[in-house]
Design a binder for this molecule. Sequence first.
Ligand code: MN
Length: 261
Amino acid sequence: MRPVTCSVVLLVAMLAGPSSGIAQSGAPDAKLIEDLVAANRILFDQGVVDGFGHISVRHDKDPNRYLLARNVAPALVKAEDIMEFDLDSNAIDLRDRRIYLERFIHGEIYKLRPDVKAVIHSHSPSVIPFGAARAKLQPIYHMSAFLGTDVPVFEIRDVAGSATDLLVRDKALGQALAKTLGHHPVALMRGHGSVTVGNSIPQVVFRAVYAEMNAKLQADAMRLGSVTFLTPEEAAKAAETIDGQVMRPWELWKRKAMKAE
Ligand code: MN
């Protein structure tokens, strides 16, 4: 390394500070941050999150880190609110910022699922009944085919008894939830909400929006009588086709959500 390059590296490391972690791993791609901010706005605009709920993305330069906003309502998230966490969900550079109590959901899923690049936790309202009632959430149309025909339900009582506040507030609970999720794209959380995973920000946003939509449509259909759902074969085929289309609504939702500012 030439001396000039060397001192530039040193200067960058000094500016980043000893605790920021940026010098060791490299700053995340600016586009990734931009997409994460947009996703926060979209999820609010589409009714998946309200004042609560969060979305994270795996760090593009370091698979052992993820990016998540500080403790703020998703619709208010800006680029400067995005923080880095390790997979034990410790903030790399906490300073005086408050962080989400349930960040362990994200860290523990990234640990167990190397294929997962983005995670959403929400209390999206139409999904809640399917975590609490006997009826199983199942794909009622092609748009939600990714759900598959076996959506798991996380029962926190099985792990921590019946005296919790239902929050996934530590690593053990996060790990138990990640195990329940297994290889699935969505897991319901009884009495609380759901978690959705994907291989990109647009894909996970698509899944969270259409999981909510499916739940609403399924409840409507069930009020009409007996319901015909997609078969596992139909679900697999439709999921493959629709997965190639996730950028179309993403562009639309992004334009609408960012305009609302
Ligand atoms: Mn929650």
